[in-house]
Design a protein. Structure first.
Length: 653
């Protein structure tokens, strides 16, 4: 469309709109249970007043509007609620509020006892002109106001009418109808269900849930552990690949290339004579068994997440049926995966840009569709940073177009900008560097980075405390208190977090000089005593209950680091978006001895002075106390609790 000549335009500046990702190239992220906050710089020439609103349209829905308010320095803010899953779009619109400007000028003149009759008549003419257009959205309110003003015979009465009976929202809309408005471009938002933001994940190898290390457990046997996992308060139960495992190149215990009879192989070496990505390993059971497992989990309010790993063992049916889907060496043989010094002789990577790419991409999409039909609505995606960006943007959009409730977690331990790009492309959550951030200084720096503009609009972190591939340095050979501290940090610094089974038993023996677990569960069946003394199930249950009871810990609000006189202690405060829930957390990273730090509580959030009495409840112990002053001393003892989680209640007014 041709742009109008400059002399025909009356444009209002609308700049720095948020939430916007890369100018609208990608969608910002939101959830159905939280209002979507929007803001923009809005200003124009002259001294007249402005009005603004946000317009939004949910997927396949009608356009709606909500007002914005001036919050200072030409910054306007507001919010809208979208309860429809999928893509929505919004725009900011602004207009000259000629009636508010007129009212302001008239009242100013009347206050100075100046003659305002001409100004009054000019304003009444504006209203008549708007009504004459026949498009006024609030004609009845405008006519009532017009009659009141026309009936005024003296300045004092007019001042009362203008000040007390001016119907501001209605007249704002009338001004928009009269003057027209300037509108920003349309910006996309992906609206997900709350689990995309707030969830507690438990990773479980189903073959290692029994008591016999010589035989893997079946899905039906693994289901016997579901009540225990649900009782710990988890929301999502994540299963590594449950598909047939190849024999060629199979890895043995401790990643050896010489497997022994009975070694089960890595679940990520997908595919064998009994099937590929759409099959269940015969030793685990059948698709019917998987359906029973999913139903039992759902009855306990656990949602099953499944690994979506797009690679194949040399025995996968795709290798035989579609050899052109893989990379080939000059001698014609298929190349296995490697990322030196790591080599994966049991895995063939797919060539996403092979000549038959359209069929390959459609087949990979059909894998997701197949498991969606089996009841899966969450996928943990293995190594997405090693696959093409265009593929993920296409796949996620295709899947969520039909199933907007589906959540994708990116297992992308890679460079920060690559991780962020995957989030922009549509991944609902992402693994993070939390596992490598151990000191309070490192954690402050990293969490601050995640909160920065450009990240917070689209990158949802999931703080896994450990994974089958990563035994963090802070947990290697560590005592029980170290595991408790990492649990609390993961569960309170991020609204989404997870642990891999074995964490609750404080498993921390590494291969010396590495971050790999000794006798890793990836390559062997592990039998455990889940009730062994010293297990963390009581602490996990307590922390997850605290998370569910405190909106401040569920994301969408604010996290702020607080001052502390002990460099071994991380102190931070969180509050919900509506300010109704406030929590203070302190965690000691010195798990060898008690610490007694002085910490600064957020009195400004409480609206309290040093003299005011406010209430504190220890959410772990339940103890309550009244406090005064910002600086408080805590006792963080590894023998009992190397942390404090405090609910803060403002002073009674």
């Amino acid at each position: 469309m041709a742009r109008r000549p400059a002399w025909e335009r009356d444009e209002i500046a609308i700049e720095h709109v948020q939430p916007v990702v890369d100018g609208g190239r990608f969608a910002a992220k939101a959830e159905t249970d939280r209002p979507i906050g929007v803001s923009a710089d809005i200003f124009a020439d002259g001294h007249g007043l402005l009005a603004a609103s946000v317009c939004w349209q949910p997927f396949a829905g009608e356009w709606q509007r909500a007002p914005l308010r001036l919050v200072g320095n030409d910054r306007w803010a507001g919010s809208f609620a979208c309860t429809v899953l999928g893509r929505c779009q919004f725009a900011i619109e602004a207009w000259r509020d000629v009636f508010a400007s007129w009212r302001q000028d008239v009242l100013a003149k009347l206050a100075e006892e100046e003659d305002a009759r001409a100004d009054v008549e000019a304003g009444l003419q504006l209203i008549r002109r708007a009504l004459a257009l026949g498009q006024a959205s609030d004609a009845a309110a405008a006519e009532r106001f017009l009659r009141r003003c026309e009936g005024c015979t003296d300045p004092a009465t007019l001042a009362v009418v203008a000040r007390d009976t001016y119907p501001a929202p209605e007249m704002q809309r009338l001004a928009r109808d009269l003057a027209g408005c300037t509108q920003s471009p349309l910006f996309p938002v992906q609206v997900d269900r709350p689990a995309a933001r707030f969830s507690a994940w438990y990773e479980m190898f189903p073959r290692s849930q029994g008591q016999d290390p010589r035989r893997g457990s079946t899905l039906r046997e693994a289901a016997l552990r579901l009540p225990d996992i649900a009782a710990m308060g988890f929301d999502v139960l994540y299963l590594p690949p449950i598909h047939p495992i190849g024999e060629t190149g199979r890895k043995g215990r401790d990643n050896t290339l010489r497997p022994q009879p009975g070694d089960p192989g890595s679940p990520w070496a997908i595919g064998g004579p009994t099937g590929g990505h759409k099959s269940v390993h015969p030793e685990l059971g059948t698709l019917s068994d998987f359906a029973v497992f999913v139903a039992q989990a759902r009855s306990l309010h656990l949602e099953v997440a499944l690994d979506y790993a797009l690679q194949c063992s040399p025995d996968h049916p795709y290798v035989r049926e579609h050899p052109d889907w893989f990379f080939h060496r000059p001698d014609g043989t298929i190349r296995y995966a490697e990322n030196p010094p790591k080599r994966y002789q049991d895995i063939y990577p797919l060539n996403f840009y092979c000549d038959d790419r359209a069929a390959l991409w459609d087949e990979l999409k059909s894998i997701a569709a197949f498991w969606i039909d089996q009841g899966v609505r969450i996928f943990r995606v293995d190594n997405p940073h090693t696959k093409p960006f265009p593929f993920w943007e296409w796949l996620i959009a295709e899947v969520q177009r039909e199933h907007p409730e589906v959540i994708f977690l990116a297992e992308a331990f890679t460079r920060p900008k690559v991780m962020l790009r995957l989030a922009k492309l549509g991944f609902s959550q992402s693994y993070t560097y939390f596992t490598w951030r151990n000191t309070p200084a490192e954690l402050r720096e990293y969490v601050t980075e995640l909160q920065a503009a450009g990240q917070r609009e689209c990158f949802r972190p999931n703080f896994f405390a450990n994974t089958p591939d990563i035994l963090p340095a802070a947990l290697q050979g560590a005592n029980r208190a170290a595991f408790v501290a990492r649990l609390v940090l993961a569960a309170t610094l991020s609204p989404a977090y997870g642990i891999c089974n074995g964490f609750e038993l404080c498993e921390g023996q590494p291969i010396p000089g590495t971050e790999e677990y000794l006798h890793s569960e990836k390559y062997q069946i592990v039998a455990r005593n889940w009730d062994q003394p010293g297990n963390l199930r009581p602490e996990i249950r307590s922390i997850n209950a605290i998370r569910r009871g405190q909106p401040a810990l569920q994301g969408g609000g604010e996290l702020r680091f607080q001052s502390c006189d002990d460099e071994q202690v991380l102190a931070y405060a969180l509050r919900s978006a509506d300010g109704a829930s406030m929590v203070f957390v302190a965690v000691s990273t010195d798990v060898g001895q008690p610490r007694q730090p002085w910490v600064q509580l957020p009195l400004d959030w409480l609206g309290a002075s040093d003299a005011d009495e406010y209430q504190v409840r220890d959410l772990a112990s339940g103890q309550r106390s009244a406090r005064r002053g910002a600086w408080q001393q805590l006792v963080l003892d590894p023998a009992s609790a190397p942390f404090a989680i405090l609910q803060l209640t403002p002073p009674a007014r």
